[in-house]
Design a protein around this ligand. Sequence first.
Ligand code: CO8
Length: 262
Amino acid sequence: MSFENIILKVEPPIATIFFNRPKALNALNNALFDELDIALDQIKNDTHIRVLILTGTGDKAFVAGADIAELVKMNPLEGKSFSRKGQKVFSKIEDLPIPAIAAVNGFALGGGLEAALGCDFIYASQKALFGLPEITLGLIPGFGGTQRLARRIGASRAKEMIFTGKNINAQTALEYGIVNKICEPENLMTEALKTAGLIATKGRVSLRSAKEVIQTGLNADLATGCRIENDVFGLTMASEDAKEGTHAFLEKRKAVFKGERY
Ligand code: CO8
């Protein structure tokens, strides 16, 4: 299927989704969410894809937020439904059985930051700017930002960002723990692809297990998280990937994971 608001580039084992509305700084509208939802299902069902990268077309924006021109025409119930749609799609990224990296190439504001926070980690260009400016519009974040940002950087810093609506630069985002790495703008995709390539050499089952356990554990107490880790560890041991990885070590060779699924 061809898309109008995103570009899906599949180069197994890596897929890249580009937010592609450069005239509106890649702002998120209903049509874009529908396309993103379909693309994520395609990625989920393609066994050749091991890692997803999300980025924006153009050199100015990752995503400058929800499309305000579309938002302003919505009544409260339509707004609620749009908020739910965005929450669901970003949760779909979080729940993908493969890792997702956000390569933030410019503005990541409002829904843009919320999209990046749905990914497992974020690399940023030196030019990136992050913020939740909804308060300035008389609104609040509605695509999971109030929850994911507070969990990522703690309530105090999240409240300061949300209450002031002020943007932070890549360096501050690094200090806050929003971003893992800052890159020269021209190296951002190379760095993201390098890390994605390394991850893609690992076992699909163990990657999925690790992601699921970390994600589930973040919403549970330590004892519950450890119990889940214990169960999933056992399940992961039963995989062909685990047999291959451990035997390869003992046979002093490099493991070749087949990427089995469960
Ligand atoms: N929506 C729609 N159009 C946008 C958006 C946006 N979020 N951001 C930029 N654009 C458009 C501009 O209108 C402009 O279009 P045109 O050329 O036709 O006038 C074009 O993109 C270029 O933008 P600027 O000329 O403004 O570019 P600047 O470099 O001067 O400024 C900024 C860049 C600072 C990013 C500025 O565009 C800006 O402040 N944008 C809005 C940022 C914002 O407030 N984002 C939050 C949106 S709200 C949100 O994300 C809520 C999520 C939860 C919703 C819950 C569901 C109800």
